[in-house]
Every structure is written in C-alpha cells, then in structure tokens.
Design a protein. Sequence first.
Length: 318
Amino acid sequence: MNEMDYVYEVYKERSFSAAARKLFVSQPALSTAIRKLEESLGIVIFDRSISPISLTEAGKVYIAAVEEIRAIERRAMEEIADMSELRIGHLTVSGENFVASFIMPRVMKRFFGKYGGIDVDLVESNSPDLRKLLLTDQIDLLIAHDFDARLYTAHPLFEESLLLAVPESFAINAKLRDFGGKNYVLTREMVCAGEHLKSGCPAVDLRLFENEPFLLLKPGNDMYRRAGILCEDAGFTPKKRLELDQLISSYNMALAGMGVAFVTDVLVSAAPGEGCVYYRLSGAHTTRTMSIGYKKGRYLSRACLAFIGTAKEVFEKE
C-alpha cells in the first residue's frame, strides 16, 4: 500500500475512519500519510470542512489520474495473464442483485468447470452505478440490458418479456378473470410454461390499474424508464407507493401485497414466490434483451473472452 492507495480508499469511502478500517491502519497514521502527500504535491486533495468529505478540484484531477494508472496496470496484468493460456488470470464481472443471484451462478458454474485457475470477483449493485464502474475500468464485464452502443459493446444472451405483477388480494383480479369474455389472469405456473408468449394470450389494458399503488424503481433504472413510457401511453401517471433500487426488491414487495410491480418473465420463473398473479403487457417497450457487455474499445483479456463465450454457451442451449 502507498499514499495513492490511501487516497483512493478515502475517496471511495468518503471517510477517513471508514477507509482506515478497510486498510487496517490507524486513522491518525492514514491522515498523516495523506497530509504529507498533499504537502509534497502542493495541493489539498480533500475538503475536510464538510461531512462526508469531498474532493477539491485538484483532488478530482488526482483521482482521475489514479484511476487511469490503475487501468493501465490492470491492462498490463491482463496481457501478461494471456501468456499463461488461461491457467491463471483474474476478471471482475457484475450484475444487479437479480442477475447475481439467478443468472450469474449458471455461468460461473460452467466457467469454473473449464477455467478453474482464473479468479473471478463478482460485484453487485444497481444498474446505473455498475455502468459507471464499467466506463472507468473498475469492472470488466456487466450482464445487463439496453447497452448504449456509443459507449459499450454488448453480446446478446436472451430475451425478457415485461409482465405486471399484482398481489392476489387486490380486488381488480376478480374483475379480470372474466372481462369482456376473456381471462387475463396468469399464474406463476403459466408464466413458467410460457403461456404469456402464445398469440392467444390477451394483453391487459394498463389503464385498468391507474387507481392501484405502484412499486417503481428509482430513476436511472431501465425498468423505471419503461414503466413511465407504458403508463404514459396508457394515459395515466402511476400512484407511487414505494421507489426501490432493485427489480427483485419491487417483486418481493409485490409478493408481500404492497403494490403493483413491473417485472420480467425471467425473474418470475427464476425467483420462487407466492402471492401474485400476472398480466401480459403490450407495446414496443415490453421486451428487452439481456446481454453481456463491456466498455467500447477496451482491451479484452483471454479470461474476459472466455467468460463471454461461456455466458453465450449457457443461454444458446435454451
């Protein structure tokens, strides 16, 4: 560990005390080391007058340089690891909580079976934060959806269809079991069997739910954007009960009877749970592609290429 590592840890934690705990050094020793670095550079890196601490303008330049140095070191190590014919190596892969819990294990199992000598770190967070980490080379690969082609290169894995998850206790479900001579209600078993994908399955009019409480994701998430478009197209603004970070959190809240949630068929099939019925939705924004992506133009180690290939193999067989 050197002063650069100390500064970066304080920057990440936004706290000297928290960084000291992570670095296994005393807070006074950490503060002294950073003070000496600032004096030698003739700058102040951190504004200590506010809580949590923040970077000064000079500090922002310093951190940008640290991240660039780390990216160069990482690329060098990746190229060196390539020489080992995948007997050793390291990569960092990432995904939202649902992806990490239900999608990634299948890929990891196959990958470790073929390349057991490669170390893999798994980072879980919300999609907007993970995309930022991808752009700053702090993670190598991300399994997510709707990558901006201007910033990322993505390889499609599988398609998802959006559904509306509605607590079984909501009165509207009884109405929709025989509405206009059609039964719109889908059970989890029907979703798992792919009944919602058949041409004879009717799509519900989303406006019928305008008086129900909705469980939405926070701005920046793809599902937040899609939910907004679908409700706007239906002619209403959803009544928000809760705003959450993760798709699986909104689903679990719906299962608990808290409100209506936009979910995907892959989530419903993968995450066991009782307490909801489901409705097919229609429109251009009701399907999306889950892909594995990386920063456009970045060097890909053989370990990264092997992981991408493994992920594609897993889902090509389905």
